[in-house]
Design a protein around this ligand. Structure first.
Ligand code: HEC
Ligand code: HEC
Length: 444
């Protein structure tokens, strides 16, 4: 079987890439022939918002298929795509260029086989994703796999290009995850959610392959929705000029690819090392949590830190919408209406429209990691795609203040009395002298 054939070494593949091969066409190997063909599901906005512009619609579909391939098992990797080795980790079998002269290679990786290094063919990100991720995240990366509707929170829809747990500056689609961020998410999973930890199931090499496939699906989806957005301002008559390959490249593709490429240079590195979790530091963090300097943590996380703050829809309504009924297409509509009609309106969901709770900060479990640095990033830059805002550069002006909050957050689960009888600190006024009863020291 051709897929088992050991092809040429990656080194050769790299040389070919440098020689300026254009589009790379990839095909997964494996059980594809035995199952029904995979298809990308249509972008909802493309179908609905552009329904009166058939030519714009058709052109967008064509452009996306030309760039990324018409179906998951007929992938194309556009030049400049933000994946490793020009896409060399994405599939078992790669075709360089098009036409009868096109060359086919089977990428290999070095594997330690009982002390000896062997070259083995890779499975590729696509095959690994199909096996391990697709039933949740869907063939298009839209989070709509068959397991999805039964989970809360739902599997991520990658197509918005927004990732919650990143270490990079900016918000929303500007704050792309670094490969290290994705490695953490995929390797360790997201605690408190159905997102599994894969580091005992996949080798480090395989995790790199699947990271590239997540980036591929996300970039495809973000380019597609960027084009739909552009398409709304274009008339059918102007399609040829407005959505020409050059124009699409410049107005959408380049921007999406650059965001990914810039992520590694965009990491927020604390300028000061973590301050020691002294009593004083923890208590300063507590005052920030309760409103000093205008910080609003308690309005979402609650005065007791358990995640039931007034800004969010109450727990009972949330529980009813999410857990007391089987999934149906309009499952969350009622909750949304309830939240939006409250006075003042309540928060209820993330940017994907999935109901959300502020974290319960008394249980010492965090989706995005429990290292002090992880908590630093959550507080300093917020959680993309959710109401949890960034605080460094707005209310918090230096790293030590962020570390005070980190020290408080990490102490709280071990010293719940820290928030006994807590009251909001009046904004802008100096902190009142409050001394919590317990004396246990934190951090260890
Ligand atoms: C059982 C279902 C399930 C499987 C299988 C699964 N995921 Fe997830 N994944 C989730 C859920 C649920 C979330 C979202 C959690 C949230 O929103 O808090 C998620 C989120 C993510 C995120 C987004 C992280 C962020 O910062 O926003 C990435 C990336 C991801 N998964 C990658 C993968 C990859 C790669 C695989 C396969 C190797 C995989 N997932 C398999 C359920 C799953
Ligand atoms: C506007 C509401 C809001 C405010 C204000 C807010 N948060 Fe959050 N926070 C959230 C939500 C919602 C989540 C859960 C996000 C998710 O699970 O996707 C969260 C999650 C967290 C987490 C858990 C991160 C993880 O990895 O699971 C921590 C820690 C946290 N917030 C700390 C704080 C601190 C400290 C402040 C104040 C400086 C603060 N939050 C202000 C809404 C808020």
């Amino acid at each position: 079987m051709r897929c088992q054939e050991v092809g040429r070494v990656i080194a050769r593949f790299r040389v070919l890439m440098v020689a300026g091969i254009g589009t790379l066409i990839l095909a997964g190997c494996g059980a594809l022939g035995e199952s029904s063909p995979l298809a990308y599901s249509p972008n909802k906005d493309l179908v609905e918002k552009l329904k009166d512009k058939p030519k714009v619609q058709a052109q967008i579909s064509k452009v996306v298929a030309d760039l990324f391939g018409p179906a998951p098992d007929r992938m194309r990797v556009p030049p400049g795509a933000p994946v490793t080795q020009g896409g060399g980790l994405l599939a078992t079998r790669l075709q360089l260029g098009e036409g009868p002269g096109a060359e086919v290679v089977y990428p290999v990786q070095e594997v330690d086989a009982g002390g000896q290094v062997e070259l083995r063919p890779i499975r590729g990100g696509f095959a690994l994703y199909r096996e391990h991720c697709m039933h949740c995240h869907g063939a298009s990366g839209d989070g709509d796999g068959p397991t999805g509707p039964w989970l809360w929170p739902r599997p991520r829809d990658f197509r918005m290009g927004v990732f919650k747990f990143t270490s990079t500056a900016g918000t929303g689609p500007d704050s792309k995850p670094t490969r290290a961020d994705l490695r953490r998410t995929i390797g360790h999973g997201l605690d408190l959610t159905a997102m599994p930890a894969f580091d005992s199931l996949l080798t480090p090499g395989e995790i790199e392959q699947v990271i590239d496939y997540v980036i591929f699906l996300s970039a495809r989806g973000e380019v597609e929705s960027g084009l739909v957005y552009l398409g709304q301002a274009i008339e059918d008559a102007d399609v040829e000029t407005e959505l020409s390959p050059e124009s699409v490249q410049e107005q959408v593709v380049q921007i999406v690819f650059d965001r990914w490429r810039n992520a590694e240079d965009n990491v927020i590195e604390p300028k000061l090392a973590r301050s020691r979790p002294t009593r004083a530091s923890i208590l300063r963090g507590r005052q920030f949590f309760l409103g000093e300097k205008g910080l609003q943590c308690y309005t979402c996380h609650g005065l007791d830190g358990q995640g039931d703050g007034d800004s969010f829809i109450g727990y009972a309504a949330f529980k009813h919408a999410v857990f007391d009924q089987n999934p149906r297409p309009d499952q969350f509509e009622e909750l949304k209406q309830l939240a939006e009609s409250a006075n003042p309106p309540k928060k209820w969901a993330d940017d994907w429209g999935i109901p959300l709770r502020p974290a319960n900060l008394t249980v010492s479990r965090y989706k995005g990691g429990r290292r002090p640095l992880d908590i630093y990033w959550r507080i300093a830059k917020g959680i993309n795609g959710t109401p949890m805002p960034g605080h460094l550069g707005t209310q918090l002006t230096d790293d030590n203040e962020v570390w005070d909050l980190v020290n408080f957050i990490l102490a709280l689960p071990y010293e719940r009395t820290l928030l006994d009888g807590a009251q909001p600190v009046p904004t802008g006024l100096p902190a009142p002298e409050t001394t919590p009863t317990a004396t246990a020291s934190a951090g260890g």
